[in-house]
Design a binder for this molecule. Structure first.
Ligand SMILES: Cc1cc2nc3c(=O)[nH]c(=O)nc-3n(C[C@H](O)[C@H](O)[C@H](O)COP(=O)(O)OP(=O)(O)OC[C@H]3O[C@@H](n4cnc5c(N)ncnc54)[C@H](O)[C@@H]3O)c2cc1C
Length: 308
């Protein structure tokens, strides 16, 4: 489909962001699945002021936009994405971990890496941080998804700062957290968060974390492009167990495959297209529904235009 950006929009973006705006940029390389068509514009944003500028522009010009984290939980359609894709960096990478006798407090910008955050917080003795270890992605993405395992990031949030189209300057908001989703407003971009953890023995926490990382390595196909668990666990069961019992491990569609290692993962084995992944997702869903009467819900977010 045709770009939504007029030549004047392109000029305004180029004037503000210079080489940090890329027009008609394929998004595959920015996702863990390595799949996806082009964005009209991919903009790297380094400060709160720049983010406020672009949110005002999007509002004025009625341009749709999408916040891209590290792309570890999204499938971008082969047709790409119309409008603006916003990618935070620069001052949003900030990470500050402090500890006193009782607690560990983490202040992080939205584009700080969860891997760095968990490592630093664990070494200061943050109780519960091991549950967030090994989850790829950014702090903003983790917040938006309420990422976690046996415990989720929402449990540790003390404060969240966002910027929105109607209120572009950073401001705090109250959010509620549920299994892999939150009440974060659709037009809200997480700018930064403060997390607080009780303080415990860092040695114990680090060895728990290490054990979990080893388990992940053994059970997840992390050597292949993937986006983690495709489906949410239904109440009282595991999506991976149901998919495996449906006989789906190893199913192929084009360059996509249901991982023989972990049934809830789809891996890109040979230049897969988004439509290969969606056709596998549909087949898996149908089979689990027919065999077990369970309607699986997607955990990965489908973004942009899907064709075929
Ligand atoms: C190997 C592997 C293992 C995984 N294991 C787990 C796991 O154990 N538990 C788990 O919960 N997840 C897991 N995931 C999924 C994924 O890593 C998480 O959902 C992660 O938090 C997504 O972060 P991201 O930065 O990559 O977000 P993206 O994938 O880029 O985006 C995900 C969503 O968050 C939104 N978003 C991103 N940044 C912001 C922001 N600043 N403000 C507002 N919205 C934003 C996006 O718009 C999108 O809707 C795994 C993924 C992989 C590849």
């Amino acid at each position: 489909m045709a770009s939504l950006l007029t030549p004047a929009d392109r000029d305004a973006l180029a004037a503000q962001f210079g080489a940090r705006v890329r027009f008609d940029e394929p998004l595959g390389p920015y996702t863990w699945w390595k799949i996806g068509g082009p964005a009209d514009a991919l903009v790297s944003i380094e400060t709160g002021e720049e983010l406020a500028f672009i949110l005002r522009l999007a509002f004025k010009r009625k341009l749709p936009w999408f916040t891209l984290g590290f792309g570890s939980n999204i499938l971008v359609g082969d047709g790409g994405l119309r409008g603006l894709v916003l990618r935070l960096g620069g001052s949003f990478d900030a990470l500050d971990v402090r500890a006193d006798d009782a607690q560990v407090v983490v202040r992080a910008g939205a584009s700080a890496q969860m891997a760095l955050l968990t490592a630093q917080a664990a070494s200061r003795g943050a109780v519960g941080i091991a549950s967030l270890a090994g989850i790829p992605g950014s702090v903003g993405g983790a917040l938006a998804m309420n990422a976690g395992t046996d415990r989720e990031i929402g449990e540790f949030v003390r404060e969240v700062w966002v910027q929105t189209t109607t209120k572009p300057d950073p401001h705090p908001v109250d959010i509620r957290y549920f299994y892999r989703h939150t009440t974060l407003a659709r037009d809200a971009i997480v700018a930064g968060v403060t997390l607080a953890f009780a303080r415990g023995d860092s040695q114990t926490i680090r060895s728990d974390m290490q054990a979990r990382l080893v388990r992940r390595k053994a059970t997840q196909p992390i050597h292949m492009p993937n986006a983690g668990s495709c489906f949410r666990n239904p109440p009282g069961d595991k999506a991976g167990r149901l998919i495996e019992a449906a006989g789906a491990k190893g199913w192929r569609s084009g360059g996509a495959e249901v991982s023989p290692q972990h049934a809830n993962f789809i891996v890109n084995v040979a230049a897969a297209r988004a439509r290969d992944v969606t056709s596998l997702l549909a087949r898996v869903r149908r089979e689990v529904q027919v065999r077990f009467g369970v309607e699986l819900q997607l955990e990965v977010h489908l973004i942009g235009e899907f064709t075929g």
